[in-house]
Write a protein that binds this ligand. Structure first.
Ligand SMILES: Nc1ncnc2c1ncn2[C@@H]1O[C@H](COP(=O)(O)OP(=O)(O)OP(=O)(O)O)[C@@H](O)[C@H]1O
Length: 497
């Protein structure tokens, strides 16, 4: 796609990405020649008037070299001569400004047709009603992990299968605990990148001052403690998928850097003078209303458009109560296997009890409830503990969308984490020897406190963070740093091959 106006170039690029095409862009004849020297394409779309020449020159060069690329030329309104000249010179078709996007897509689709390139076939061209056919084996397995056969879950799965193939960024939207990470994993597993790595990053868990090095890598000596070159998430995800969870928690300064990396497909590690090309597909997720965050100036509009080329929306559990029995069975099986505890049977009473729970924390909360019930079980059919049922009886019904997350300001705070409340730190014994490894000793104390607080708060990170007087960002960071496994976290391995 060759155009010198950045806004138009982005508009064309995004609408092609949305259709599932791979797209490279150039802003002038010279850049187009360079791209054509290094890559083969199915279609070349070029504006006629470019700063260093005419789009026709690109077309002529392709003809001289007997290249297979089909050319579409965009001409100014009223310049019929140009359009005719382009067709005579061998253009496949032409479009007149202002370009109608629907027509643009149609012209590109007919140019691509018959080129025989799988990479160029738009994902959305697959109008087959059974969209999950032809997926790799691991794609089916990953979709099966997303338990639920309600109509709304079926359409989510079909959408995943349909959009997985392209390069277009996907934004997964849904309340906390609805399975956004499972969607990201399924997108990866259903794509042609399935053999490559999937790197899952929780954007809300990384201290702001480490973000750049974590994302783009760092050269030895670029900051205190960088004793060797370190790859970042982009390098780790090379050839695969980078899953950016809680993207709405990314501070504005980092949003700008991420936008650049996505647009340019190049990154510069901290402390390096060289840029590196990266080939990653971006899947991001948020529980927030990012459009509202854009309005409020908390999220960059240009990044929002970049990430949200394709949107997958996950319904909250209250909108798919039909899935409860199947979900309970799958979760009980998984929890019993992971914990080595007895897997209780589900009977009509168990289902009726679970149906009473409002579960505003969605599948994650259901998982926690079931985990407690298994732990407290007596070997008979599953029973929900009386206090859980009593609490549910007083909860509002139906539950409204939880506003449980702390405001963004807390998530992007630059202040260092406050120490744990004094009364929770075990007082050092008078005769305690000075630890040989202070950091390891402190980590051990912190780990014990976190685990106890998490247990007391039903493994709810938001509630635990509030109890300890720290932000959600900080507790996530600490949980990850100390390698604390929460129930249901076992499947999270990064990077994954
Ligand atoms: N449809 C589902 N089938 C089976 N398990 C599910 C489903 N949805 C969610 N889960 C389980 O619930 C837990 C939470 O899921 P996940 O982490 O994907 O949610 P999330 O939407 O990313 O949450 P958050 O926004 O809080 O990060 C995980 O243990 C996941 O395996």
């Amino acid at each position: 796609m060759v155009d010198d106006e950045p806004d138009l170039r982005t508009l064309y690029e995004l609408s092609l990405l949305r259709e599932g095409y791979r797209v490279e862009t150039a802003s002038c004849v010279q850049e187009a020649h360079e791209l054509l020297r290094s890559c083969r394409f199915d279609v070349v779309i070029s504006d006629m008037r470019l700063p260093d020449g005419m789009g026709l020159e690109i077309l002529q060069q392709l003809r001289e070299q007997q290249r297979r690329e089909r050319c579409i030329v965009i001409t100014a309104y009223g310049s019929a001569e140009n359009a005719v000249g382009a067709l005579r010179a061998g253009a496949f078709d032409y479009l007149t400004k202002p370009v109608d996007l629907k027509q643009f897509r149609q012209v590109v689709a007919s140019a691509v047709q018959g080129m025989g390139s799988a990479a160029a076939a738009p994902a959305s061209a697959d109008a087959s009603p059974i969209l999950t056919t032809g997926l790799p084996e691991q794609g089916h397995a990953a979709l099966d992990m997303l338990v639920g056969t309600s109509a709304v879950m079926q359409s989510v799965k079909q959408r995943i299968a349909k959009v997985a193939k392209g390069m277009a960024p996907v934004l997964v939207h849904g309340e906390s605990g609805t399975g956004k990470e499972l969607v990201a994993r399924a997108l990866h597993a259903c794509s042609q990148r399935a053999q490559g790595p999937l790197v899952a990053v929780n954007c809300g868990a990384i201290p702001e001052n480490l973000l750049e090095a974590e994302f783009f890598g760092a050269r030895k000596g670029s900051y205190t403690g960088a004793t060797q070159d370190r790859p970042g998430y982009f390098q780790a995800a090379q050839g695969g998928t980078l899953f950016l969870d809680e993207i709405g928690d990314l501070p504005l300064a980092m949003q700008a850097k991420l936008l650049r990396a996505i647009q340019e497909r190049r990154i510069r590690p901290l402390g390096s003078t060289q840029e590196e090309a990266v080939d990653v597909r971006i899947v991001s997720a948020t529980h927030r209303d990012l459009a509202a965050d854009v309005q409020a100036g908390r999220f960059r509009q240009d990044l929002y458009y970049r990430l949200n080329v394709i949107e997958v929306t996950l319904p909250p559990l209250r909108e798919r109560r039909d899935d409860l029995p199947e979900l309970c069975r799958a979760l009980l099986h998984k929890l019993a296997r992971e914990s080595g505890l007895h897997e209780p049977m589900l009977d009509a009473t168990s289902i009726a009890q679970i149906a009473q729970l409002p579960l505003p924390g969605n599948v994650r909360e259901l998982e926690n409830v079931l985990h407690r019930a298994i732990a407290l079980g007596d070997g008979g059919p599953l029973r929900i503990p009386a206090e859980t049922l009593a609490a549910a009886a007083h909860a509002p019904w139906p539950p409204s969308a939880p506003q449980s997350r702390p405001p963004a300001a807390a998530a992007i705070s630059l202040t260092p984490p406050p120490p744990p409340p004094a009364e929770t730190v075990p007082p050092a014994e008078a005769d305690t020897a000075v630890p040989a490894d202070l950091q390891a000793w402190l980590d051990e104390q912190e780990r014990a406190i976190l685990i106890r607080a998490l247990q007391d708060n039903g493994f709810n990170r938001t509630a635990t963070a509030a109890r300890l007087g720290i932000s959600l960002r900080q507790i996530r960071y600490r949980i990850e740093r100390l390698g604390i496994q929460l129930p249901g976290d076992a499947a999270r391995t990064e990077p994954e091959h």
